[in-house]
Design a protein. Sequence first.
Length: 372
Amino acid sequence: MSASTRIAIDLAPTPTSLLVERGALTRLGEVLAASGIAVADRRVLLVVDRHVTAFGARAASALAGAHAHVGAYHLDATEACKGLETLDAIWHAALANRLDRRGLLVAIGGGLVGDLAGFAAATYMRGIDLVQVPTTLLAMVDASIGGKTGINLALPGGGLGKNLAGAFWQPRLTVADADTLVSLPARELRAGLAECIKHAVIAGEPRFGQLDADAERLAAGDPAAIDRLIPSSASVKAEIVARDPFERGERAHLNLGHTFGHAIETLPGVELLHGEAVAIGMHAACHCAVACGHLPGSVAERIVGLLSRAGLPVRLGSPVRSGEILRRMAFDKKAEGGRLRLVLPRAIGTVTVEDSVPDAAVASALAAIGAT
């Protein structure tokens, strides 16, 4: 058995934890039982990304070996599918597999699958148990932690609004098995590094320094560097979530790069992964902070340089109109009273939420990432 790290997330009344352990997926029934989650004679529905059906089969075998009654629903993990139609299909798969209020949903895939399965678990029978089994780096260190679930909604005037309907619903356990990362194309792995860099900017030194030192090894998928990174990065989010589970204060810091990023990610024809859009959004946030006089240019260059060394884009690769990005940003969940609320860095280790950023600073930031 490989080294195991358990990160407690002390949330009242629903404490949870993150288990980081290579090979845990093949022992999932045993792992859940050891964490106090009943498996024997329980009805379980796996919600699985079609790209990782082999991992779904591995989980099903492990749970069946622990005497669970296991069914599965497979989905295409695309933003277009992350809506009411797929949510309804998961509910009906739960019914078809005769899940009752004692049922268990297990999400196997990236953050999109976790969001959908989590929202289904939060609402089916007014709430059933959820276990997250993320198979992407981004989901392991960020998306699967903290209980945010959701689906996209169509925006007035066109386009998709990210996660505009959802619920807070904590998983009983999150199981991060880095062996599943072998399924990821290099681009997908690097996309996950954007959230890790975000965490490091928020946490400060020495986390930022360690990630900076490991950047090229991480971009190349070095297992030892990844094994260092996952618990270090995930613990940043876990600590913040434990202090602010419903995003009433500090947890908003985790949106660094996301107001820009979510608007960019949903643009037609851009074809960016979530982490890539966040990386570009972090560049925009850094530039905006410099334009506002909040951040020294040298620090912004250090952050943007790390994003580039990790193999992430920091500028748009195709022409995009600034006005369209701004239109989508206006529908962001974090906007209040029609005003944008941006998370901006002020130093490595310090970020703040700003709701009075000058329009000129936002326009300059959009120009810096290549919008016209």
